[in-house]
Write a protein that binds this ligand. Sequence first.
Ligand code: ATP
Ligand code: MG
Length: 399
Amino acid sequence: LPKVFLMAKPVLEHIEKQDHKAYFVGGCVRDLLLERPIGDIDIATSASPAFIQKIFTKVIPVGIEHGTVIVRHNNESYEVTTFRIDGNYSDKRHPDSVQFIDNIDKDLERRDFTINSLAMDLNGNMIDLFGGINDIEKRVIRTVGNGYERFTEDPLRIIRAIRFSSQLGFTIDPKTFQEMKDVSSEIKTLAIERIANEFTKLFAGNDVNRALTYVKDLQIERYLPVFCDFPHILSSLPASIRPLQSFAEVIALFHLVNPTIEVSRWVKEWKCSNKTKQEAIHLVEAYFHFESHGMDPWLIYRLTPAFYEGFIRISENITQTTTIRLQEMKAIEQQLSIHSKEELAFNGYDLMTLFPERKRGRWIQNLLKRIEFNVVSGKLENNKKEIKEWIKWNPPETN
Ligand code: ATP
Ligand code: MG
């Protein structure tokens, strides 16, 4: 058993010592059988959330009303969720009500796909009520129960099916796919944040191209913000794209392919965070600079190491080549004279001292930016004397 499972064992053992049942469940069991890297370890139990909170010392009650308690054990977090059945999904976000039950069977029945409905006990015995193991072997995504009902109950499952096909490289069972088609218009009732969350994973999957074929086949674009107004966005993507690792990268790619749609529009209509917005803008600006100037020190300096790999992913998708090397970028970074403007040998106070008659204003920032650019580009040495001399020939704008 992989280490992450062994580390979680004491949590299950502790629950079982109190005469309750506990199982590994969902994605971790699926990924174990697939020999994929295991994400989170999720645990399902017959014990109530209150009971779990009582028997563990470090707990975080994250979703008590849905039966979930995070148990901390040896600095790891485990989601421990009480066996439950879901009520209606009338708000298309969360089930209206959940009912705790003491048998795992019905809990497995509420799960979306057969491959996600496996449970495993401490001895490695599998509970496989819906043929999940067989579907994992056949690499197929299939709903638990009637697809039409399951997708109607929570239309996000339509997008999740495609997301899993991207992540796992599985096909979608033809009957399930037909049922996705039949219910697809219900996607418009979903909260956009839930869709964005699945889309991020969809674009990050190794089989993103297969997934996009499914998306186009279902014409899901019709029910998604921005896409619905620009029906050709998806087909304007290069025929084969490489996986992206954040929604900011997704927005950056779409903006570079369709510059008429502003980043701010994507961000607004997809209700993204300000962080996502800033990252997308950062990547787009870097790419535009790259297009006109190539891989120069200023690009590397502005990008900062945290964005090197994202930048490579974006550029490779647009240029459809793999010519940009991380090694090259790091080598240029090593040669940079400064790594941030704090390292500049001249600052705003120095400028004000140099021009005592001038009032504070925009000219300071503008001149500092020019100094920064010239220092980074290797046209100006980063020392006070040289910079002072340079300013004589490149005085601040008059205003
Ligand atoms: P990943 O490794 O990407 O996190 P996962 O299978 O753990 O994959 P999650 O979205 O974390 O996926 O969900 C955990 C489990 O909860 C799923 O395996 C599935 O059993 C169940 N589940 C999650 N969302 C839904 C849903 N909308 N409808 C039904 N079951 C769901
Ligand atoms: Mg998970």
